[in-house]
Design a binder for this molecule. Structure first.
Ligand code: SF4
Ligand SMILES: [Zn+2]
Length: 315
Protein backbone atom coordinates (compact mmCIF):
# COMPACT_ATOMS: atom_id res chain seq x y z
CA UNK A 1 0.00 0.00 0.00
CA UNK A 2 1.13 3.55 -0.66
CA UNK A 3 0.20 6.29 1.75
CA UNK A 4 -1.38 9.34 0.17
CA UNK A 5 -2.66 12.24 2.23
CA UNK A 6 -5.91 13.36 0.66
CA UNK A 7 -5.82 16.61 2.63
CA UNK A 8 -3.07 17.89 0.32
CA UNK A 9 -5.28 17.36 -2.76
CA UNK A 10 -7.65 19.87 -4.33
CA UNK A 11 -11.31 18.83 -4.33
CA UNK A 12 -11.13 17.98 -8.01
CA UNK A 13 -7.96 15.89 -7.59
CA UNK A 14 -9.47 14.17 -4.59
CA UNK A 15 -12.66 13.11 -6.40
CA UNK A 16 -10.61 11.54 -9.21
CA UNK A 17 -8.22 9.89 -6.73
CA UNK A 18 -11.10 8.50 -4.65
CA UNK A 19 -13.11 7.14 -7.58
CA UNK A 20 -10.00 5.59 -9.15
CA UNK A 21 -9.10 3.95 -5.85
CA UNK A 22 -12.53 2.32 -5.55
CA UNK A 23 -12.49 1.21 -9.22
CA UNK A 24 -8.95 -0.21 -8.79
CA UNK A 25 -10.00 -2.14 -5.68
CA UNK A 26 -12.92 -3.70 -7.58
CA UNK A 27 -10.66 -4.66 -10.50
CA UNK A 28 -7.64 -5.78 -8.48
CA UNK A 29 -9.66 -8.21 -6.40
CA UNK A 30 -11.92 -9.22 -9.31
CA UNK A 31 -14.90 -8.39 -7.14
CA UNK A 32 -17.50 -8.24 -9.89
CA UNK A 33 -17.99 -10.42 -12.94
CA UNK A 34 -20.05 -9.74 -16.02
CA UNK A 35 -23.68 -10.62 -15.35
CA UNK A 36 -23.44 -10.10 -11.59
CA UNK A 37 -26.52 -8.63 -9.97
CA UNK A 38 -25.37 -6.40 -7.14
CA UNK A 39 -27.35 -5.69 -4.01
CA UNK A 40 -25.91 -2.88 -1.89
CA UNK A 41 -26.63 -3.23 1.82
CA UNK A 42 -27.61 0.33 2.72
CA UNK A 43 -28.21 2.08 6.01
CA UNK A 44 -28.65 5.60 4.69
CA UNK A 45 -25.26 6.51 6.23
CA UNK A 46 -22.34 7.96 4.30
CA UNK A 47 -20.44 4.73 3.55
CA UNK A 48 -23.24 2.72 1.98
CA UNK A 49 -24.57 5.82 0.20
CA UNK A 50 -21.16 6.51 -1.34
CA UNK A 51 -20.65 2.92 -2.46
CA UNK A 52 -24.22 2.74 -3.84
CA UNK A 53 -23.62 5.88 -5.87
CA UNK A 54 -20.32 4.57 -7.24
CA UNK A 55 -21.72 1.16 -8.17
CA UNK A 56 -24.38 2.94 -10.21
CA UNK A 57 -21.87 5.41 -11.65
CA UNK A 58 -19.56 2.55 -12.71
CA UNK A 59 -22.48 1.02 -14.64
CA UNK A 60 -23.15 -2.15 -12.65
CA UNK A 61 -26.54 -3.82 -12.40
CA UNK A 62 -27.31 -2.55 -8.93
CA UNK A 63 -30.21 -2.37 -6.48
CA UNK A 64 -30.31 -1.20 -2.87
CA UNK A 65 -31.48 -3.08 0.19
CA UNK A 66 -32.11 -1.77 3.67
CA UNK A 67 -33.35 -3.01 7.02
CA UNK A 68 -35.09 -0.49 9.27
CA UNK A 69 -34.06 -1.56 12.77
CA UNK A 70 -36.10 1.34 14.19
CA UNK A 71 -33.93 3.55 16.40
CA UNK A 72 -36.26 6.55 16.71
CA UNK A 73 -35.45 9.67 14.70
CA UNK A 74 -32.02 8.33 13.71
CA UNK A 75 -33.22 5.51 11.46
CA UNK A 76 -36.28 7.47 10.32
CA UNK A 77 -34.04 10.21 8.94
CA UNK A 78 -31.62 7.69 7.43
CA UNK A 79 -34.44 5.90 5.64
CA UNK A 80 -35.80 9.17 4.27
CA UNK A 81 -32.33 10.10 3.07
CA UNK A 82 -31.81 6.72 1.44
CA UNK A 83 -35.13 6.91 -0.40
CA UNK A 84 -34.19 10.37 -1.63
CA UNK A 85 -30.80 9.13 -2.83
CA UNK A 86 -32.25 6.11 -4.62
CA UNK A 87 -34.78 8.32 -6.40
CA UNK A 88 -32.05 10.79 -7.38
CA UNK A 89 -29.80 8.16 -8.95
CA UNK A 90 -32.55 5.86 -10.24
CA UNK A 91 -31.84 2.77 -8.12
CA UNK A 92 -34.56 0.41 -6.90
CA UNK A 93 -34.75 0.14 -3.11
CA UNK A 94 -35.90 -3.02 -1.30
CA UNK A 95 -36.90 -2.64 2.35
CA UNK A 96 -37.42 -4.84 5.36
CA UNK A 97 -37.98 -3.78 8.95
CA UNK A 98 -37.54 -5.28 12.42
CA UNK A 99 -41.16 -4.37 13.15
CA UNK A 100 -42.54 -6.32 10.17
CA UNK A 101 -40.11 -9.19 10.51
CA UNK A 102 -39.67 -9.61 14.27
CA UNK A 103 -42.63 -7.63 15.57
CA UNK A 104 -40.56 -5.10 17.55
CA UNK A 105 -37.94 -2.38 17.27
CA UNK A 106 -34.28 -2.99 18.11
CA UNK A 107 -34.60 -0.86 21.25
CA UNK A 108 -37.57 -2.87 22.49
CA UNK A 109 -35.87 -6.21 21.80
CA UNK A 110 -32.76 -5.07 23.68
CA UNK A 111 -34.76 -3.74 26.66
CA UNK A 112 -36.79 -6.93 26.93
CA UNK A 113 -33.68 -9.11 26.75
CA UNK A 114 -32.17 -7.01 29.56
CA UNK A 115 -35.25 -7.64 31.68
CA UNK A 116 -34.55 -11.34 31.20
CA UNK A 117 -30.94 -10.79 32.24
CA UNK A 118 -29.63 -11.35 28.70
CA UNK A 119 -27.18 -8.47 28.48
CA UNK A 120 -26.37 -8.18 24.81
CA UNK A 121 -25.14 -4.94 23.28
CA UNK A 122 -27.38 -3.18 20.75
CA UNK A 123 -24.85 -3.68 17.95
CA UNK A 124 -24.71 -7.43 18.57
CA UNK A 125 -28.49 -7.83 18.39
CA UNK A 126 -28.74 -5.40 15.49
CA UNK A 127 -25.93 -6.99 13.45
CA UNK A 128 -27.11 -10.56 13.93
CA UNK A 129 -30.81 -9.95 13.24
CA UNK A 130 -30.08 -7.62 10.33
CA UNK A 131 -27.81 -10.22 8.72
CA UNK A 132 -30.63 -12.75 8.64
CA UNK A 133 -32.91 -10.26 6.89
CA UNK A 134 -30.14 -9.30 4.48
CA UNK A 135 -29.65 -12.98 3.56
CA UNK A 136 -33.37 -13.23 2.87
CA UNK A 137 -33.31 -10.04 0.80
CA UNK A 138 -30.39 -11.36 -1.23
CA UNK A 139 -32.22 -14.58 -2.08
CA UNK A 140 -35.56 -12.87 -2.78
CA UNK A 141 -33.91 -10.48 -5.20
CA UNK A 142 -31.65 -13.11 -6.76
CA UNK A 143 -28.51 -11.06 -6.19
CA UNK A 144 -25.16 -12.66 -7.00
CA UNK A 145 -22.98 -10.25 -4.97
CA UNK A 146 -23.60 -8.16 -1.87
CA UNK A 147 -21.75 -4.87 -1.62
CA UNK A 148 -21.21 -3.45 1.84
CA UNK A 149 -19.99 0.02 2.77
CA UNK A 150 -17.13 -1.20 5.00
CA UNK A 151 -14.28 1.28 4.86
CA UNK A 152 -10.65 1.04 5.97
CA UNK A 153 -11.41 2.27 9.50
CA UNK A 154 -14.11 -0.40 9.92
CA UNK A 155 -11.63 -3.08 8.88
CA UNK A 156 -8.89 -1.82 11.19
CA UNK A 157 -11.32 -1.76 14.11
CA UNK A 158 -12.33 -5.35 13.34
CA UNK A 159 -8.66 -6.41 13.14
CA UNK A 160 -7.94 -4.75 16.50
CA UNK A 161 -10.99 -6.28 18.19
CA UNK A 162 -9.93 -9.73 16.99
CA UNK A 163 -6.39 -9.05 18.15
CA UNK A 164 -7.60 -8.06 21.62
CA UNK A 165 -9.46 -11.38 21.76
CA UNK A 166 -6.56 -13.29 20.18
CA UNK A 167 -9.02 -14.43 17.53
CA UNK A 168 -6.89 -14.78 14.42
CA UNK A 169 -9.26 -17.28 12.88
CA UNK A 170 -11.96 -14.61 12.64
CA UNK A 171 -9.46 -12.12 11.17
CA UNK A 172 -8.67 -14.67 8.46
CA UNK A 173 -12.23 -14.18 7.23
CA UNK A 174 -11.80 -10.41 6.80
CA UNK A 175 -10.40 -8.73 3.70
CA UNK A 176 -11.82 -6.91 0.65
CA UNK A 177 -13.47 -10.13 -0.49
CA UNK A 178 -14.21 -11.72 2.86
CA UNK A 179 -13.33 -15.37 3.19
CA UNK A 180 -16.51 -17.31 3.57
CA UNK A 181 -17.37 -20.61 5.00
CA UNK A 182 -18.82 -23.03 2.52
CA UNK A 183 -22.59 -23.08 2.31
CA UNK A 184 -24.90 -23.38 -0.68
CA UNK A 185 -27.00 -20.35 0.19
CA UNK A 186 -24.18 -17.97 1.05
CA UNK A 187 -23.71 -15.07 -1.38
CA UNK A 188 -20.30 -13.43 -1.61
CA UNK A 189 -19.87 -10.08 0.13
CA UNK A 190 -17.49 -7.49 -1.32
CA UNK A 191 -16.07 -4.27 0.13
CA UNK A 192 -15.16 -1.77 -2.62
CA UNK A 193 -14.34 0.98 -0.04
CA UNK A 194 -11.79 -1.30 1.63
CA UNK A 195 -8.83 1.04 1.08
CA UNK A 196 -10.75 4.29 1.68
CA UNK A 197 -10.46 5.87 5.10
CA UNK A 198 -13.49 7.16 6.95
CA UNK A 199 -12.22 10.72 6.39
CA UNK A 200 -11.97 10.16 2.66
CA UNK A 201 -15.48 8.69 2.44
CA UNK A 202 -16.86 11.61 4.41
CA UNK A 203 -15.06 14.15 2.24
CA UNK A 204 -16.36 12.53 -0.94
CA UNK A 205 -19.90 12.36 0.42
CA UNK A 206 -19.84 16.02 1.47
CA UNK A 207 -18.36 17.17 -1.84
CA UNK A 208 -21.12 15.31 -3.68
CA UNK A 209 -23.69 16.79 -1.28
CA UNK A 210 -25.28 13.41 -0.64
CA UNK A 211 -28.34 13.48 1.64
CA UNK A 212 -26.75 11.83 4.70
CA UNK A 213 -26.38 12.57 8.42
CA UNK A 214 -22.85 12.42 9.82
CA UNK A 215 -23.55 11.70 13.48
CA UNK A 216 -23.12 8.39 15.30
CA UNK A 217 -25.91 5.90 15.81
CA UNK A 218 -27.22 6.62 19.35
CA UNK A 219 -27.16 2.89 20.12
CA UNK A 220 -23.44 2.56 19.35
CA UNK A 221 -22.50 4.32 22.57
CA UNK A 222 -21.80 1.09 24.46
CA UNK A 223 -20.18 -0.77 21.56
CA UNK A 224 -16.69 -2.18 21.76
CA UNK A 225 -16.11 -0.88 18.25
CA UNK A 226 -16.63 2.70 19.44
CA UNK A 227 -14.09 2.12 22.23
CA UNK A 228 -11.55 0.78 19.73
CA UNK A 229 -12.23 3.69 17.35
CA UNK A 230 -11.64 6.16 20.21
CA UNK A 231 -8.44 4.34 21.17
CA UNK A 232 -7.15 4.52 17.59
CA UNK A 233 -7.99 8.21 17.39
CA UNK A 234 -5.85 8.80 20.48
CA UNK A 235 -3.01 6.76 18.95
CA UNK A 236 -3.29 8.79 15.76
CA UNK A 237 -2.44 11.95 17.72
CA UNK A 238 0.91 10.36 18.55
CA UNK A 239 1.48 8.69 15.18
CA UNK A 240 -0.66 9.99 12.28
CA UNK A 241 0.17 6.88 10.23
CA UNK A 242 -1.02 4.40 12.83
CA UNK A 243 -4.18 3.33 10.99
CA UNK A 244 -2.43 3.12 7.66
CA UNK A 245 0.34 1.00 9.25
CA UNK A 246 -2.12 -1.43 10.85
CA UNK A 247 -3.92 -1.83 7.54
CA UNK A 248 -0.70 -2.21 5.56
CA UNK A 249 0.46 -4.86 8.00
CA UNK A 250 -2.87 -6.66 7.90
CA UNK A 251 -3.12 -6.91 4.09
CA UNK A 252 0.39 -8.39 4.09
CA UNK A 253 -0.40 -11.07 6.66
CA UNK A 254 -3.94 -11.83 5.45
CA UNK A 255 -2.88 -14.33 2.73
CA UNK A 256 -0.82 -16.19 5.36
CA UNK A 257 -3.73 -16.17 7.80
CA UNK A 258 -6.07 -17.47 5.09
CA UNK A 259 -3.60 -20.24 4.30
CA UNK A 260 -3.11 -21.12 7.95
CA UNK A 261 -6.80 -21.43 8.67
CA UNK A 262 -7.89 -22.78 5.28
CA UNK A 263 -7.95 -26.34 6.52
CA UNK A 264 -9.52 -25.62 9.85
CA UNK A 265 -12.27 -23.21 8.83
CA UNK A 266 -15.57 -24.60 9.91
CA UNK A 267 -17.88 -25.57 7.14
CA UNK A 268 -21.31 -24.11 7.66
CA UNK A 269 -24.34 -26.16 8.55
CA UNK A 270 -27.94 -25.16 8.04
CA UNK A 271 -29.71 -23.72 11.10
CA UNK A 272 -32.52 -25.98 12.19
CA UNK A 273 -34.60 -22.95 13.16
CA UNK A 274 -34.50 -20.83 10.04
CA UNK A 275 -32.48 -22.60 7.38
CA UNK A 276 -29.80 -19.91 7.26
CA UNK A 277 -26.09 -20.81 7.14
CA UNK A 278 -24.78 -21.34 10.66
CA UNK A 279 -21.76 -22.79 12.43
CA UNK A 280 -24.06 -24.16 15.14
CA UNK A 281 -27.24 -26.20 15.13
CA UNK A 282 -29.26 -23.08 15.97
CA UNK A 283 -27.94 -19.86 14.45
CA UNK A 284 -27.21 -16.77 16.53
CA UNK A 285 -30.33 -14.97 15.29
CA UNK A 286 -32.57 -17.88 16.31
CA UNK A 287 -30.79 -18.04 19.68
CA UNK A 288 -31.49 -14.36 20.30
CA UNK A 289 -35.12 -14.74 19.25
CA UNK A 290 -35.42 -17.79 21.46
CA UNK A 291 -34.13 -15.77 24.44
CA UNK A 292 -36.37 -12.86 23.54
CA UNK A 293 -39.57 -14.87 23.36
CA UNK A 294 -39.98 -18.46 24.43
CA UNK A 295 -40.60 -20.80 21.56
CA UNK A 296 -44.41 -21.07 21.98
CA UNK A 297 -44.82 -17.27 22.10
CA UNK A 298 -42.66 -16.45 19.13
CA UNK A 299 -43.62 -19.38 16.91
CA UNK A 300 -46.21 -17.23 15.15
CA UNK A 301 -43.99 -14.21 14.51
CA UNK A 302 -40.88 -16.23 13.68
CA UNK A 303 -42.71 -18.44 11.25
CA UNK A 304 -43.72 -15.23 9.47
CA UNK A 305 -40.12 -14.04 9.37
CA UNK A 306 -38.70 -17.32 8.29
CA UNK A 307 -41.42 -18.24 5.82
CA UNK A 308 -41.80 -21.63 7.46
CA UNK A 309 -44.90 -23.49 8.59
CA UNK A 310 -45.70 -22.35 12.14
CA UNK A 311 -45.26 -25.63 13.95
CA UNK A 312 -42.10 -26.57 12.11
CA UNK A 313 -40.01 -23.61 13.12
CA UNK A 314 -37.82 -25.61 15.41
CA UNK A 315 -38.75 -29.03 14.19
S1 SF4 B 1 -24.25 1.26 15.33
FE1 SF4 B 1 -24.90 -0.72 16.16
S2 SF4 B 1 -27.03 -0.43 16.76
FE2 SF4 B 1 -26.50 1.30 15.44
S3 SF4 B 1 -27.17 0.64 13.40
FE3 SF4 B 1 -25.00 0.06 13.60
S4 SF4 B 1 -25.00 -2.06 14.36
FE4 SF4 B 1 -27.08 -1.20 14.66
ZN1 LIG C 1 -31.59 -19.70 12.56
Amino acid sequence: MRYQDHKTMSDEEFVTYFENKVADTINRFEMIKQGDKILVACSGGKDSTVVLYLMKKFGYDVEAFTVDVIIGKYTKQNLENLKKMCTQIGVKLHEKSFKDSYGYSLCYIKARLYQKDVKLKSCTICGVLRRTLLNQGVRENKATKVVTGHNMDDEIEAVMMNLFKNNLKVSARLGPVPGILKHGSFIQRIKPLYFCSEDEVERYSKLKKFPVEYGYCPCSIDSQRRDVANFLEEMEKINPLVKFNIMDHFVKVLPKLRKKYAGVQESLETCIGCGEPSSRELCRACQILEQFEPREEHTRSRSKVLNMPELNVLA
